[in-house]
Design a protein around this ligand. Structure first.
Ligand SMILES: [Zn+2]
Length: 332
């Protein structure tokens, strides 16, 4: 994520000399909000209520100056989220992608693979800490082709024979030369499985449904899958493209991003998603608080990551309204 931001800021500086839209982008954070943007913030507040109030404040208001760089916090270490879902967060707070592990009777499914530099000390070590054998990693689904998600995939493919899954668009994206605008991928995985919208990816008894949500990259995918908690089944939604950071997007990719949020919302509504997770969790989805609540959880307590179908839907709508506000804000 970081590489892209620095590149975006660099090109923004150059672009500011050349074109007025770029100048507008550069000015945007210091200008007071227009009546139109204020109306969008009010709408997001109304959707948020008290449940998502801190998230709304971050996504719609604080994000106007947020450039993607956050304060480093300690790695909380790998942990169990649900009976069949584990997280290896690493130093998630500085923009590193979180790796999720889903154990099945036929081996392990992994979501994302972390930075290349982290695959050995954080990801593989984390899999072992959780009590699993990394040799059982069978499928690694990459939500999008940035280095903090796909960087570790090559090693997992070569050492353990894991199948790597990306959308067709992001397989092309990771092989595109850096000069064309893609992040440098020093050692991309060999071309392997392709994720297609709505076509389930299965291993053992587990099924993951990919949804095509381009914008953050040309072929980002969101994922929907069931998990179990104390015998009860819940449905997880992971929108694979994070939230909008105004400086990272052109008008075109920004519009695509907002459209993808609405598209993912239709899927998550249909599949009754009630659990929110993210590949870059943080302040925008209250991850640290939920993690602390999970660690303090006693038998019979609710799982803090279960927000309920209505609240999940509200969260998707807030993301879309605030992303649109970010894009409109810089046009004024
Ligand atoms: Zn990214």
């Amino acid at each position: 994520m970081h590489q892209k931001i620095y590149r975006a800021l660099f090109s923004l500086t150059l672009g500011a000399l050349l074109s007025s839209p770029a100048r507008a982008q550069e000015r945007a954070p210091t200008k007071p909000d227009s009546a139109m943007v204020q109306a969008q913030i009010d709408e997001a507040k109304k959707i948020a209520g008290s449940f998502w109030a801190p998230e709304e404040k971050f996504l719609c208001e604080d994000s106007r100056t947020f450039n993607g760089r956050s304060t480093p916090a300690a790695d909380p270490g790998p942990f169990k989220m649900f009976d069949n879902l584990y997280a290896i967060p690493g130093q998630y707070s500085v923009g590193n992608g979180v790796v999720y592990v889903i154990p099945t009777t036929a081996g392990l499914i992994m979501i994302d693979s972390g930075h290349a530099k982290d695959v050995e000390p954080v990801v593989i070590a984390g899999v072992k800490t959780l009590g699993f054998d990394p040799a059982n990693i069978k499928i690694v689904i990459i939500t999008h082709g940035h280095e903090d998600h796909v960087g570790g995939a090559r090693l997992l493919q070569e050492r353990y024979g894991a199948h790597i899954v990306l959308s067709a668009q992001d397989w092309d994206f990771i092989y595109r030369p850096a000069a064309a605008g893609a992040p440098a991928q020093p050692a991309p995985p060999k071309r392997d499985m392709v994720a297609a919208e709505g076509q389930p990816i299965t291993l053992g008894e587990e099924t993951i449904t990919p949804v095509f949500v381009p914008g953050h990259t040309p072929g980002t995918i969101g994922l929907i899958f069931p998990v179990k908690d104390a015998g009860k089944t819940h449905m997880v939604g992971e929108f694979g493209g994070g939230f909008i950071i105004w400086a990272q997007y052109t008008d075109e990719t920004g519009a695509q991003f907002v459209q993808s949020l609405k598209h993912f919302e239709q899927w998550t509504k249909k599949m009754k998603v009630d659990v929110e997770i993210a590949n870059h969790p943080g302040v925008w989805d209250n991850f640290p608080t939920k993690l602390a609540a999970l660690k303090a959880r006693k038998a019979g307590d609710p799982n803090p990551f279960v927000v309920g179908p209505e609240n999940y839907d509200k969260f998707m709508r807030i993301l879309a309204v605030c992303a649109q506000a970010s894009l409109d804000r810089r046009k004024e």
